[in-house]
Design a protein around this ligand. Structure first.
Ligand code: GLU
Length: 304
């Protein structure tokens, strides 16, 4: 029997003595207010046993991690038609690069880079009656947690400074791959990215990706085939242009966000989330990556 609790405690111990903690994302001014010394880790196994260490219950901005949730909702709404508007190839580029979009005629490389997630946001804005409210309800239902909410200050902060996302949305519009108004789609997108969750809440939300599409209450949100696809996209595209490194070092499908969160999972075994707001030069949480590498090395558990 693996003693997850003692492994998490030793990971937290190692993180607390680390001096080089990476750099906090400050291009969204509201994110820069977070203390770089935070570190949290939470693991939930398939039997819903929970283990945690550090600031695992403190909420932070999940940012790009939300892209997996919006993709899941869009797949539920329009199914395979999603793939007519966004591809499934890793980009090898940072999350906010626009060059590929031009080269590929307005079809984003994958749904986890910004232009791809903006197309997914457009699909949801078209499909949902009250997009922000309905998406929040979807996330709360998956997590079975009505306390999950948007952080309006973060959403407004990004709206004021999200120039590259405005550029991406306008480019998509020029290629005919955005049905709704740029401002409306980005308002939804900035709110989705502002979702605040703790590591513990993230493992409850992502439980269904390790449990064949069934949430903790056993309600079915995704088919087995959809879960396979989403986990494959997380593995190949979930870490900006460091997805290869994450697969190499950690060996789990997962997704990171510029708020410093990472969630990763081993199908039918466990889901784990880390939070440390300092990022490495590729935009992934520096200590979060190290923590997960230590976890899969010590437990000898990975998809490989
Ligand atoms: N809202 C952020 C942006 O669009 C998300 C980036 C991220 O977490 O990767 O810039």
């Amino acid at each position: 029997m693996i003693n997850f609790q003692s492994i998490l405690a030793s990971i937290n111990e190692a993180a607390s003595t680390e001096n080089d903690r990476g750099k906090i994302a400050d291009y969204i001014p509201e994110l820069a207010k977070v203390n770089v010394n935070n570190f949290g880790i939470h693991l939930q196994d398939i039997h819903q046993n929970s283990f945690s260490a550090g600031n695992a219950d403190e909420r932070f901005s999940i940012q790009s991690i939300s892209k997996v949730l919006s993709l899941s909702m869009a797949l539920g709404q329009i199914g395979e038609k999603v793939w007519k508007r966004v591809d499934v190839e890793p980009s090898g580029d940072p999350f906010n690069h626009l060059s590929l979009l031009e080269l590929e005629n307005g079809i984003p490389r994958n749904p986890l880079i910004n232009p791809g997630a903006i197309v997914i946001a457009d699909i949801l804005v078209s499909q949902l009656e009250y997009p922000k409210k309905d998406f929040l309800t979807f996330v709360r239902n998956i997590a079975n947690d009505d306390t999950i909410d948007y952080d309006i200050d973060v959403a407004e902060s990004e709206k004021r400074t999200g120039f590259r996302n405005f550029a991406a949305a306008n480019l998509l519009k020029s290629y005919g791959n955005l049905d709704n108004e740029v401002e409306v789609v980005l308002d939804f997108y900035f709110h989705q990215c502002s979702l605040a969750m703790s590591c513990a809440q993230l493992t409850s939300t992502f439980f269904m990706f390790m449990n064949n599409g069934k949430c903790r209450r056993e309600n079915i949100f995704l088919t087995i085939s959809q879960v396979k696809r989403i986990n494959a996209i997380m593995l190949t595209c979930g870490f900006y242009d460091e997805a290869g490194e994450f697969a190499f070092e950690v060996g789990l499908p997962g997704k990171s966000g510029v708020g410093g969160g990472i969630v990763a999972l081993l199908p039918n075994k466990f889901c784990v989330a880390t939070w440390s707001p300092g990022l490495n030069p590729k935009g992934n949480s520096k200590l979060g990556m190290l923590a997960l590498e230590k976890l899969t090395t010590e437990t000898e558990l990975s998809i490989f």
